[in-house]
Design a protein around this ligand. Structure first.
Ligand code: NAP
Length: 284
């Protein structure tokens, strides 16, 4: 078998098209009022600069306003908290994205907690994580939302499916597991202490790897015909690679996402969708 490759770029373009239409409708209905996303970059990490650059560009491409704030690498926590407080009060800002990771001296938990949950387009505040855990409406982290969108696009049946999520971070693994549960999948979460990872993975109809370990998932760990989603983004001497050994897994899986061009483009597309959702939720 050779797996069907799920084209994340194409699915993301479709999401952006829908957001663009939604933004146009919003502007027409609200007398020219435009949704806005504020990005905050602390320090000069080159990968973060590229990510934020793409987010700003795509924000403008769908017709939303992009407000960008850059703080120096030595910025103390208090200064970042002051900026977040001012963005919380700024009526032109619907979404606030603080690019992670933050420099070591900044208290990341305090920064996330300072974001108004109604503007928390990364879905990382305890309020939004709690709403998700309870299956109530809120803002959901972008990467897991993107994974669900890819699975639906690929025609994967979630209801009753055996799903295995590798990784339990608050950014990816945990919220994804909760979304899958909400879609009536049977969910197993694996992590660094999981025993016999290979046999747990081999049960999965849907296997999602979000670890940060190049090539961790090999063909022996994949059930024939399974759908495999690779969230991993690892910079190696061979370029950007995922957590899945793409070549070998392609011969077993039914469908698979590539790296790059799989989950990555979806994350930004869902950020735009979340910003529009936050704007629609704003009182007017
Ligand atoms: P993270 O916070 O470092 O979490 C990694 C998770 O993997 C942890 O739960 C860890 O377990 C688990 N793990 C580590 N080694 C393992 C092993 N050998 N077997 C099984 N589980 C293992 O990372 P993250 O933020 O979730 O990101 C994961 C990957 O996704 C990274 O490569 C990141 O760059 C990528 N990512 C991509 C996007 C995108 O848009 N494409 C977005 C976000 C993240 P413990 O909890 O036990 O330590």
């Amino acid at each position: 078998m050779t797996a069907r490759v799920i084209d994340g770029k194409a699915v993301a373009a479709g999401v952006r098209g829908r957001v663009k239409a939604g933004v146009a409708e919003f502007v027409a209905a609200r007398g020219g009022d435009v949704p806005g996303l504020a990005t905050v970059l602390v320090g000069d990490d080159p990968a973060s600069q590229i990510y934020v650059g793409s987010k700003r560009k795509q924000t403008e491409e769908v017709g939303m306003r992009s407000f960008h704030h850059e703080l120096g690498a030595a910025t103390p926590t208090e200064e970042l908290l002051d900026l977040i407080a001012s963005l919380n009060h700024d009526e032109t800002v619907d979404g606030i994205l603080v690019q992670l990771p933050l420099p070591e001296q900044v208290d990341q938990d305090a920064a996330i907690a300072a974001i108004d949950p109604a503007k928390d387009v990364d879905g990382l505040t305890a309020a939004n994580a709690g709403l998700l855990a309870q299956g109530r409406p809120g803002l959901v982290p972008c990467t897991p939302l993107g994974v669900i969108e890819l699975l639906r696009h690929a025609g994967a049946e979630l209801e009753g499916a055996e799903t295995v999520v590798l990784g339990r971070s608050i950014l990816v693994g945990r919220p994804l597991a909760t979304l899958l549960l909400g879609a009536n999948a049977t969910v197993t979460i694996c992590h660094s202490r999981t025993r016999d990872l290979a046999s747990v993975c081999a049960r999965a109809d849907i296997l999602v790897a979000a670890v940060g370990a190049p090539g961790l998932v090999t063909a022996e760990m994949v059930k024939p015909g399974a759908t495999v989603i690779d969230v991993g983004t690892n910079r190696t001497d061979d370029g950007l690679v995922g957590d899945v050994d793409f070549e070998s897994v392609c011969s077993v899986a039914g469908a698979i996402t590539p790296v790059p061009g799989g989950v990555g483009p979806m994350t930004i597309a869902m950020l735009l969708a979340n910003t529009l959702k936050a704007a629609l939720g704003r009182p007017h």
